[in-house]
Design a protein around this ligand. Structure first.
Ligand SMILES: NC(=O)c1ccc[n+]([C@@H]2O[C@H](COP(=O)([O-])OP(=O)(O)OC[C@H]3O[C@@H](n4cnc5c(N)ncnc54)[C@H](O)[C@@H]3O)[C@@H](O)[C@H]2O)c1
Length: 340
């Protein structure tokens, strides 16, 4: 079995993916700043944690690594707009450097988790596939597209590069994100009976469960290199291609209390309906549906293991870290605050 380097393995997808890879018999080296906490992954002889910034990697980080799954990024549109320069640095430049170093170090496979948001806005009736023109509307989506364009040409017969354009992810994970559509709708509806919904509800958005993402990544790790090398795959399923208002109604129906829709924001200009025929032709299926995600979030809430706080909102958390870092730097004397 392989040793896999997962950057950003302490994040929402990573804290589900890493234990999943271990159950499949792999060893994992996680490289992460652990911005969301160091204790979200299980203790295991098969998981090595390295606290490092992906902008500072060296060839040694790739010693004995068979494959890289490069999750580390500022992971949504609001963070991308607030930290534009850093999004270019981390999501594009740093991932390009990671892929280049992986190739140099003799790693055999590199998986880039890009985003279906690079389809941006598409006219009603259009169903995009991997050859359709992209239309990235945000810094986050543009940085993903640039990473795709620069990393794909690194592929050759010894270095298999796979690009996965992920749908918006949902479901419970130890680093919980309530800033993702289904998760946020579920939590709002559950906690206050008010389901937050971005106007105007007609926009199309593909969704995919976090465990289906872990399975897709494992699938691409194990697939014959000749079948997947230098290819782009949309990850999701037609069952999970939703218009946002009907999606919200399904979420509301799956919640065991009366729920009202609470509209917010200006009309969302991102709307894309996506084909998953290419990945399905290889035998991969994303099997979970919205009700599965809603139920596990309700269960996690009931069990008291999912608490909404600033860490469950990615942008809020990064803004808080930046704010407190400055405060602490300004006040720190003799290596401490009150305790010196
Ligand atoms: N969640 C989704 O809906 C979705 C959809 C499409 C694509 N993706 C992509 O999947 C990847 C993971 O997303 P996620 O939802 O798990 O996000 P996340 O924010 O939960 O995780 C990102 C992780 O990267 C780490 N990180 C950030 N900058 C770093 C740096 N410079 N050095 C080291 N570590 C750093 C963070 O500490 C965090 O643990 C991202 O690339 C994201 O763009 C996610």
């Amino acid at each position: 079995m392989s040793t896999i380097l997962v950057t950003g393995g302490g994040g929402y997808i990573g804290t589900t993916l890493v234990p999943f890879l271990v159950t499949k018999g792999h060893s994992v080296r996680v490289i992460d700043r652990f911005f969301f906490g160091k204790n979200l992954l299980p203790d295991s002889d098969n998981i090595e944690l390295v606290q490092e910034d992906t902008r500072k990697l060296t060839l040694e980080h790739f010693d004995n690594i068979d494959a890289v799954i490069d999750l580390a990024a500022l992971s949504n549109d609001p963070s991308g707009e607030h930290f534009q320069e850093l999004t270019w640095d981390i999501n594009y430049k740093s991932r390009y450097a990671t892929a280049t170093m992986a190739k140099q170090a003799g790693v055999k496979r590199y998986i880039l988790p890009s985003s279906a948001s690079i389809y941006g806005f598409q006219e009603t009736g259009v169903i995009v596939n991997e050859t359709s023109p992209t239309n990235p509307l945000t810094t986050y989506a543009k940085a993903n597209e640039k990473a795709e364009h620069s990393i794909l040409p690194l592929s050759d017969e010894n270095f298999c590069v796979v690009i996965l354009r992920l749908s918006t992810v949902y479901g419970y994970s130890p680093r919980m994100r309530l800033d993702l559509a289904i998760n946020g709708m579920t939590y709002g509806a559950l906690s206050s009976g008010k389901l937050p919904l971005m106007r105007d509800g007609t926009q199309w958005r593909p969704m995919v469960h976090v465990l289906d993402v872990a399975e897709a990544m494992h699938f691409m790790m194990m697939a014959n290199a000749d079948t997947v090398n230098a290819k782009i795959f949309n990850v999701g399923s037609d069952n999970n291609n939703y218009q946002i208002l009907p999606l919200a109604e399904r979420v509301a129906q799956a919640i065991p209390r009366t729920v009202d829709i609470e509209w917010y924001g200006d009309p969302d200009h991102r709307s894309y309906r996506v084909s998953f025929a290419k990945i399905e032709a290889l035998g991969y299926r994303a099997t979970r549906i919205v009700e599965d995600g809603v139920k596990e979030i309700c269960d996690a809430n009931e069990a008291g293991i999912m608490i909404k706080n600033s860490k469950t909102n990615t942008l809020q958390h990064y803004q808080d870290l930046e704010y407190w870092y400055k405060v602490i730097k300004d006040l720190e004397l003799h290596g401490g605050m009150l305790r010196i």
